[in-house]
Ligand binder design. Structure first.
Ligand SMILES: Nc1ncnc2c1ncn2[C@@H]1O[C@H](COP(=O)(O)OP(=O)(O)OP(=O)(O)O)[C@@H](O)[C@H]1O
Ligand SMILES: [Mg+2]
Length: 234
């Protein structure tokens, strides 16, 4: 099912952070959202999760209008967010963090989902009884993603998943994205690391001062002179 968004806007008080953003994300599609600090990436993801007040002409998954839906209802429709800064619960173990991501009541299913995450991220399996606060930055990022996956999303949003991580971990996150998309999960990845995001994505949108200023296939944007200059240091 395609997520269709038209004229999505977010303001904090009178200050607009996102203006009239229009975009689509298809089933199993990986879409990158790139932009500098303060461009409005996190605001866009939070608006999709209904974590901030927002307005839109259209915000629909297939035919279902989600505009007035709460965070809880959007999660039930298959939305999940791995937030910027990870926000794992430091005093809980890896396993307990994962358990909190599962919103159903079926303990067998919860165990199956956690096992699937441990297959995807073997480092978490080795550390399942370790407190999340003692994990490395890369391990905490994997845990934040895995926790979001525990809800069984159809539409996964990752906010700056590679910030401050070593190239090997960045690569693992890229591999994770290519794996989940084969299961039909759509991924929206917000990144300042345009190189990583564009190499993982099919298509991308470039945000500048709260507006989408450029969009296209990831391959085209990688070749775009303005993108190269602004985001790829070329
Ligand atoms: N809770 C808030 N209250 C007031 N202003 C906010 C709030 N959250 C974000 N903003 C402002 O909205 C604008 C967009 O911020 P946002 O966090 O969406 O950008 P971003 O692209 O995610 O940036 P970064 O790459 O630094 O994470 C910024 O000018 C920011 O200061
Ligand atoms: Mg952000």
């Amino acid at each position: 099912m395609t997520l269709t968004v038209q004229a999505l806007g977010v303001s904090y008080g009178t200050v607009p952070a996102l203006r009239e953003a229009s975009f689509t994300i298809g089933s199993g599609e990986v879409v990158a959202l790139i932009g500098a600090n303060g461009a409005g990436k996190s605001s866009l993801l939070k608006a999709l999760m209904a974590l901030v007040p927002h307005r839109a002409d259209k915000l629909a998954l297939g035919d279902a209008d989600l505009r007035t839906r709460t965070t809880r209802e959007r999660i039930a429709r298959g939305f999940a967010l791995s937030p910027e800064g990870r926000h794992v619960f430091p005093d809980l173990t890896v396993q307990e963090n994962l358990d909190l991501g599962y919103l159903g009541r079926d303990t067998t299913e919860a165990t199956q989902r956690a096992d699937a995450m441990f297959d995807l991220f073997p480092r978490l399996a080795e550390r399942r009884r370790q407190h999340a606060g003692t994990l490395s930055g890369g391990e905490q990022q994997m845990l934040a993603i895995a926790r979001a996956m525990m809800a069984g999303p159809r539409f996964l949003m990752l906010d700056e998943p590679t910030l401050g991580l070593a190239p090997i971990v960045v690569q693992q996150i890229g591999q994770f994205i290519s794996k989940v998309r084969t299961q039909g999960v759509s991924v929206l990845i917000a990144e300042q690391n345009a190189e990583m995001a564009l190499s993982a994505a099919d298509r991308a949108y470039v945000l500048e001062n709260g507006s989408i200023v450029l969009s296209g296939t990831a391959a085209d944007l990688l070749r775009d002179p303005a993108v190269k200059k602004a985001f790829l240091g070329l």
